[in-house]
Ligand binder design. Sequence first.
Ligand SMILES: NC(=O)CCC(=O)C(=O)O
Length: 262
Amino acid sequence: MKFSLCQMDIAPGEPKANRRRVQSWIESIMKTDQPDTIVLPEMWTTAYTLPELEEVADVNSEPTLSLLKELAQSHNVNLIAGSIANKKEDGIYNTALVIDRNGQLIYEYDKAHLVPMLDEPSYLKGGKHAPEVFELDGIKIGLIICYDLRFPELIRPLALNEAQVLCIVAEWPEARANHWQHLQIARAIENQMYVISSNRIGEYNDVEFSGRSMIINPWGDVLEEGSQSEEQVITASLDLERVKQVRQDVPIFESRVPDLYK
Ligand SMILES: NC(=O)CCC(=O)C(=O)O
């Protein structure tokens, strides 16, 4: 499967402008790289304009979801469509959306761990369910949102449920760029899966974001890494046989002693 990661800047509090930009990015990527799946970053419709979210958030994923469904179907491409600020009955969530190439919403996940350093807990509700494995074109994928990366206990069950790829959508600050890089490599090695990520660039509210969207193989080698400050599309094909091979060569899943971990 060929993935294209969109490393983009986000216009703060301007969902219409951001939707227009994402539409033109998708149209242009489909003319050039022609991936099977496109990945967008976290909170790409609004950025972290938390005090304004009551006005600018989607409501039950609309109108963003309808646009994504139309784009996925008309371009015959799967969208791991980052996450959006999403107003539901009991509050605003940070919701990730996955739409398959038939234009069907096949999975959604509300960010479980809210990040105190960006004041998320004051404005957003945390998701009540752990992420689950979903399939795109027969490939098993787990999806987490940014700060979730710091919680290996959230990610291990995805590997135990046979995820071959972990996808991370993010707005990770430059101040902690070294954590961003090393935690992704650690998750790839310890779970023996591909890790792919889409992080924003640019700046908002005195926070500079760190870009460096990545593709890491199940051995922990960084195959692709975006720049810190440039918008760019990173495209690579993943060899899923590599997951099987690494899991055979270093059979950690067979060596586990679950009784010790309770
Ligand atoms: N958007 C985020 O979740 C940022 C996470 C972060 O800043 C960190 O974990 O450090």
